[in-house]
Design a protein around this ligand. Structure first.
Ligand SMILES: [Zn+2]
Length: 248
């Protein structure tokens, strides 16, 4: 059943750390926000221990100051991308661990958002187990949000696709994209969000190159030299669930 026409469509990103959503699906967020989707970003942690090396190199740094700095960056990036709601659960990182009550908070967010699609990390990531753990959490909480017996009376979740965004060391993660999204129209917004990540300046050019490379895959798979669509920047995704179609 489709949602009533008046209800805005929505999407949910589940990000292990505060900056992940920017590098990996900032284009998807900005593009869908521009199309009228209400995109919620759920950051399970700030990445304060494991993804803030530049801040920790400063004199007199404390955990709280790192968290505050990462939150401020995430808020600026969310603003640049047109995020509808940025939810930071502050559950700690390296390692990220969720108890039953924390998972129930994630389920609550999923049910409130009722996303048309969800985004999270690759299934496997030996460099960063927080990332693959976030995906397990996303799948578990998606399942619970679909259960009629969980908080009966609440609106249960349909069957949103879970797209896995591109990890950092792509080939090591067993990540195989099956979807390429043209983000050329919103590239400037993604780049602006990337530049909010002052603590990780070493990644700015890298993720620009990733987007240019994925644009080549978009062009090739949309027809290449035989009428393919031009594309300057793209993001790749691996989908977990099959599509249901009437025509191929
Ligand atoms: Zn991360």
């Amino acid at each position: 059943m489709t949602a009533p026409k008046t209800a805005p469509r929505s999407a949910l990103v589940i990000s292990a750390h505060a900056a992940d959503f920017v590098w990996r699906c900032g284009g998807a967020i900005a593009l869908h926000a521009a199309k009228g989707y209400e995109v919620t970003v759920l950051c399970l942690s700030f990445g304060e221990r494991g993804e803030s090396a530049k801040l920790w190199k400063q004199e007199g740094m404390t955990l709280q100051r790192v968290k505050d700095a990462r939150r401020a960056e995430a808020e600026q990036a969310a603003e640049a991308l047109g995020v509808h709601d940025l939810v930071c659960l502050d559950l700690g990182d390296y390692p990220l661990e969720l108890g039953r009550a924390d998972k129930d908070r994630v389920v609550e967010v999923i049910r409130k958002v009722q996303p048309s699609f969800m985004l999270s990390h690759s299934k496997y990531d030996p460099y960063n187990t927080d990332h693959m753990y976030a995906t397990q959490v996303a799948l578990e909480c998606r399942m619970i949000a679909q259960a009629w017996g969980h908080n009966p009376g609440e609106k249960v979740l349909g069957a949103p696709q879970l797209y896995l965004f591109e990890p950092h060391q792509t080939e090591q993660m067993g990540w195989k994209p099956d979807t390429f999204l043209d983000i050329t129209p919103v590239w400037e917004k993604k780049r602006a969000a990337i530049e909010c990540m002052q603590g990780q300046e070493h990644l700015w050019e890298y993720y620009t190159r990733v987007a240019i490379n994925r644009a080549n895959h978009f062009k090739r798979n949309s027809g290449g030299q035989s009428g393919g669509r031009d594309c300057k920047y793209a993001e790749g995704f691996e989908s977990i669930f099959p599509r249901t179609v009437d025509e191929l």
